[in-house]
Design a protein around this ligand. Structure first.
Ligand code: SAH
Length: 527
């Protein structure tokens, strides 16, 4: 990180990641995730947030249970000191806010003792955000003028150290964290101290995530209702008149895709459009790119092919099959110092073809408007319509991925066209070492509604990233592709997914719009 490059010792940023919804990360924490050398994180950090961590980043999971115990607090502090002493910039990532029952203070004390510089970065605490996502404002002029955050964590001897009498007198909203296992003691304690058993109360599980659940009742009935619903951790218990507002103010689960979680496998370069659309509709989105594209650079083959193309006398076609291909093509022109006017000059105007609307748009934004886009957006159709349209003997220069679809060229050759296929980039599979087990567990538990695939290679890449490898410990979570509902952009993609036994649905046409439309049709609550 630039702002620390003069220090020999590293530095620790103690940061809150918020209650689960990735969009509740602060800008500062999001930036630190990109810039830290190592990230030390807890069990409560959601998969959505973990997926923001670049896959080659060093991470240490201190929420992992060894036997039944998470890494002890002293050990966590030792890890922070050790990493910082190596000169690293360490991001210590905690759920919610680091100082709200996060033991952040203890970790900083150890850093002070070791002389390690640090910053504290507040996060959005679950004590306020989880009620907000349940439609419960923690204060309201008509109901209460204060709220109080209390730990419901029992001591080793099983008792609670809570002054219930004082709490009842405060007459404010009471927020209990870590209170699920002592819920009965908490509620009885309040009633014994004189609270009306009819006082509204709620328990809110997995707030702000796609799994969030709300049980509203009264202090007298909450325990029974929560048991009936099978509420577990993490959850907060909320007591106070404001709880009754949830009935009227609930909103999160009512969004079109509220309560839905999708895994996206597109490469990051063009991921955000789809993710943004789904988030806007209320879904939680885990972005786990299954593939990455690496431009071939410098691309001498392209240079030669273009020079040859310029000299061609007859009809000439330049063919693009992806928007990434378009951007890599123009990057290469810059790299090879080729001027687009020279590339396209010649006796007749060069004709241009794009596989689909997104590729067409990428070309249009560079001032090139395709002469031919097939009606159905796939390589086979592109080949057929080009074979049909191009004059006999035309020269066809295809610029695309190294291992492009095999369906494009045969129709062109059959039509007697002269074809040259120039690779612009290669597709590499991504791995996600620290996310892999979490995703497999979520798939097994049915917590991921669907996985979007925008090409056959994203299907192969995801399977590669998740399948068990030789030498993996038998304790590692198994991966079962049959648990995946594959939301596919087109026929070839669906075929690849079916090959692994996934259940598939395919968009009406191969475009992001059609994919989103299909997802809304299948999963929406309101339509
Ligand atoms: N520092 C955290 C709290 C840590 S204590 C914060 O500021 O939010 C852990 C407790 O927080 C859990 O036992 C639970 O009571 C609460 N909690 C954290 N995330 C939650 C969530 N998404 N939904 C419900 N409760 C949550």
């Amino acid at each position: 990180m630039e702002y620390n490059n003069k220090l020999e010792k590293g530095k620790v940023w103690l940061a809150g990641a918020g209650p689960g919804d990735e969009m509740l990360l602060t800008l500062k924490t999001a930036e630190l995730i990109d810039r830290a050398d190592v990230i030390v994180y807890d069990a409560l950090i959601s998969a959505e947030i973990l997926s923001r961590i670049p896959s080659d980043k060093e991470t240490i999971n201190v929420g992992k249970h060894a036997g039944n115990h998470p890494v002890p607090q002293e050990e966590i502090s030792r890890i922070l000191v050790r990493e910082a002493e190596k000169g690293k910039n360490v991001l210590r990532l905690k759920g919610g806010d680091p100082f709200v029952f996060g033991r952040g203070g203890e970790e900083l004390e150890q850093l002070v003792q070791a002389g390690i510089p640090f910053e504290a970065v507040p996060g959005i605490t679950s004590s306020v955000a989880v009620p907000a996502y349940a439609g419960i404002p923690v204060t309201h002029r008509d109901y209460t003028s204060s709220f109080h955050v209390i730990t419901g964590h029992a001591r080793k001897d099983g008792t609670l150290h809570i002054d219930f009498e004082s709490l009842v007198k405060l007459d404010g909203t009471l927020v209990f964290l870590m209170g699920v296992s002592s819920m009965e003691m908490i509620l009885n304690g309040l009633m014994d101290a004189g609270m009306d058993p009819d006082m509204p109360a709620a328990v809110l599980e997995w707030g702000t995530t796609a799994d969030q659940r709300r049980v509203t009742a009264t202090v007298g009935t909450l325990k029974g209702e929560a048991d009936r619903a099978g509420i577990g951790t993490p959850a907060i218990i909320l007591v106070g008149r404001v709880c009754s507002l949830a009935e009227q103010l609930h909103w999160a689960e009512d969004r079109i895709l509220g309560g839905r979680r999708f895994l996206l496998t597109r490469p990051r370069q063009n991921m955000s459009a789809l993710a943004g659309r789904l988030r806007e509709l209320g879904a939680q989105v885990i972005e786990m790119p299954a593939i990455r594209t690496e431009p071939i650079s410098p691309n001498e083959t392209l240079k030669e092919a273009l020079e040859q193309f310029q000299r061609e006398e007859g009809e000439r076609w330049l063919v693009f099959t992806s928007s990434i291909g378009v951007s890599v093509f123009f990057e290469q022109l810059a790299e090879l110092k080729l001027d687009i006017r020279d590339v396209l000059c010649g006796r007749a105007r060069v004709r241009i073809s794009a596989i689909g609307s997104a590729t067409g748009k990428a070309l249009a934004s560079r001032g090139l408007f395709p002469d031919l886009v097939p009606e159905v957006y796939n390589a086979g159709e592109l080949g057929k319509s080009l074979a049909h349209t191009a004059a006999p003997g035309s020269r066809i220069l295809i610029v695309r991925a190294e291992k492009g679809s095999e369906e494009l060229i045969p129709p062109l050759l059959e039509a007697g066209l002269e074809v040259e296929d120039v690779p612009l980039y290669r597709t590499c599979y991504e791995t996600h070492p620290f996310l892999r087990d979490r995703i497999c567990t979520m798939l097994r538990r049915g917590e991921i509604d669907g996985v979007t695939f925008t090409s056959a290679s994203t299907v192969h890449g995801l399977v590669r990233a998740l399948e068990k490898k030789e030498g993996d410990s038998p304790a590692r979570e198994a991966f079962d592709p049959e648990r995946i509902r594959a939301l596919c952009i087109g026929r070839q993609t669906a075929q690849a997914a079916e090959g692994y036994g996934m259940r598939t649905v395919t968009a009406r046409e191969a475009s992001i719009d059609a994919l989103v439309e299909m997802i809304v049709e299948i999963y929406s609550k309101n339509i």
